[in-house]
Design a protein around this ligand. Structure first.
Ligand SMILES: [Zn+2]
Length: 186
């Protein structure tokens, strides 16, 4: 990635990218919608403004771009050595060779903000699911989203577990219980 933009241009470019629904996020939304899940987007009342909010599941989903959120890249080993930064790139996050310090600082800040958002959500009783861009390729999306679905249902169950059991009785004439057919009734 070449870096020929002025800081102002770069800022405008990046805020543009961030504010628009990214393609990976659309993939997740489409899958959820077509499987009957209803959600809200960028809910401001929920801390960290998650991409997708499923209130009945008390779950926030973040769909993270691998580059911007530094998936798998090791920045913690970054150090200045002969004025070169040493960084361990990952398969899906490669820090550009020009302007490295800028990109490292940028991605590090994004990661710190992510962690802070997840922490605040969890402290407020929300479950957090993070889906990575590279898990949404045509080959992987079904598997990824089935796992998301499992997590969602697990979250819903854990909400019910916190409620005391509700006892109720049904008058038989109002709502007869279904009877299993027995062989001697045939
Ligand atoms: Zn990735």
């Amino acid at each position: 990635m070449t870096d020929t933009m002025t800081p102002e241009q770069r800022h405008r470019c990046m805020s543009h990218i961030r504010s628009k629904a990214t393609k990976p996020e659309l993939k997740v939304r489409r899958w959820l919608w077509s499987h009957g899940y209803r959600y809200r987007l960028n809910v401001k009342s929920v801390p960290g403004k998650p991409d997708i909010v499923l209130r009945p599941y008390r779950t926030a989903i973040f769909v993270n771009g691998c580059f911007w959120h530094g998936y798998g890249v090791r920045l913690e080993v970054a150090q200045i050595e002969n004025s070169e930064l040493k960084i361990e790139n990952s398969a899906c996050c490669k820090i550009p060779s020009s302007n490295r310090e800028f990109w490292v600082a940028k991605i590090r800040r994004n990661r710190e903000r992510d962690q802070e958002n997840y922490r605040v959500l969890q402290e407020n009783g929300w479950q957090v699911i993070v889906v990575w861009e590279c898990q949404l390729t045509p080959k992987k999306i079904e598997h990824t989203m089935r796992e998301v679905e499992l997590l969602l249902n697990d979250n819903l169950l854990s909400l019910y577990k916190h409620h005391a059991p509700i006892h109720y009785t049904i008058e038989e004439e109002d709502a007869p219980l279904p009877m299993a057919a027995e062989s001697n009734q045939l």
